[in-house]
Ligand binder design. Structure first.
Ligand SMILES: Nc1ncnc2c1ncn2[C@@H]1O[C@H](COP(=O)(O)OP(=O)(O)O)[C@@H](O)[C@H]1O
Ligand SMILES: N[C@@H](CCOP(=O)(O)O)C(=O)O
Length: 336
């Protein structure tokens, strides 16, 4: 069940008319979502088929949405492959459909690559760096709402649900991250190497389509920007490494994939000395972020939440791995 709000063909057509996008030819609810209602919308205009995604926002409000939608628009207009929200004649990109805030964005081609190799990682790494650079002049600001301030607020609420060993790990990692955030090196990162980040660029938020030759799929875009915020670029990279470049069974880093990812990223935007030094610490921060949010969704679900909780144990394992075997991209991926 992922279509939380039904949209009729007439309601979809009314929005297409307003945006002058053409004649509806097909409207299909998308089963995969867990946060929003999504529909594939196909329509014809000038004798051509155009494919869009209509999203009805079930959780985010009309006040919160401009940051995400304007960021997607900004990036798309700078050539970063992300779905562009469609604007009406007055430039508005947020509408109301069936009583919910709604937007129509371009549909990306292809599907997810859930078993990536080094070649997929290179493409995501290079595109991530391009996205970071393209976001530098984005004028809107919203902090990463799942950052240190949020961990500080929710960790005490989570501790009673945990076994002693887990509670100790959560407490000590938060203390480690507090110390890191107060360090001069981190201040340098915030000053020189931060901007809008995706903050949730997992395997299921990137599309690939078949390309020339076997295994040569081509990245077609990043989507699902609804955890985006302003934070360090290195945190975004760390989130990716912890998903694209690990063995999902035990959280171990797969070093050839991680090295390929970082090398491709650095082919577009070389990491600074401070970033190289802080990468292991930020990989811990990125693991902590998703351990905390998964614990939160499991133990303290928001009222009327639509979220289906993911397994928190996975990111507990990832965090333990990152602590036990810090990874330094600088030294050819050698673990300490
Ligand atoms: N712009 C898009 N282009 C192509 N497919 C999309 C697009 N947006 C969403 N989808 C499809 O819809 C599914 C659910 O979208 P997602 O943003 O993950 O929803 P939710 O935020 O509810 O989890 C995705 O897995 C993908 O298959
Ligand atoms: N990637 C997060 C969950 C966010 O869900 P999404 O479907 O909106 O990307 C996790 O794995 O915990």
């Amino acid at each position: 069940m992922a279509v939380f709000t039904e949209v009729s063909p007439a309601q979809a057509q009314a929005l297409l008319d307003h945006l002058e996008l053409g004649q509806l030819s097909s409207l299909r609810g998308i089963g995969a979502g867990i946060e929003n209602t999504n529909y594939f919308v196909d329509c014809t205009r000038d004798d051509h088929l155009h494919r869009y995604v209509l999203t009805l926002f079930e959780r985010l409000t009309a006040e919160q949405l401009p940051f995400y939608l304007r960021l997607m628009q900004h990036l798309a207009r700078r050539g970063v492959p992300v779905p562009e929200p469609h604007a009406d004649r007055s430039g508005e990109i947020l509408f109301e459909v069936a009583g919910k805030p709604a937007a129509i964005v371009d549909r990306l081609h292809g599907g997810h690559q859930l078993a990536p190799d080094a070649f997929h990682c290179q493409q995501v790494g290079a595109t991530l760096a391009r996205m970071h650079l393209a976001g530098r002049d984005f004028p809107l600001h919203q902090p990463n709402l799942r950052g240190l301030a949020w961990w500080r607020e929710v960790v005490p609420q989570l501790l009673p649900f945990l076994e002693p060993g887990q509670a100790e790990l959560l407490r000590s990692e938060l203390a480690y991250q507090e110390q890191l955030a107060a360090s001069p090196l981190y201040a340098e990162l915030l000053r020189d190497c931060s901007g809008p980040i995706h903050a949730d660029l997992f395997r299921d938020n990137v599309m690939f389509e078949p390309g020339e030759g076997p295994g040569r799929e081509r990245l077609t875009g990043f989507f699902d920007f609804y955890f985006a915020g302003v934070d360090t670029w290195l945190f975004d990279l760390a989130v990716c490494l912890n998903d694209w470049c690990i063995d999902l069974a035990d959280g171990r880093l797969v070093e050839d994939r991680a090295a390929a990812f970082v090398a491709a990223y650095e082919g577009v935007r070389p990491l600074t000395g401070a970033e190289h030094r802080l990468l292991p610490a930020l990989m811990r921060a990125a693991a902590l972020r998703f351990w905390v949010s998964r614990l939160f969704d499991l133990h303290l679900p928001r009222e009327a939440s639509l979220l289906k909780a993911h397994d928190p144990r996975h990111f507990e394992r990832v965090l333990r791995q990152r602590i036990a075997r810090p990874w330094h991209a600088l030294h050819g991926g050698a673990a300490e």
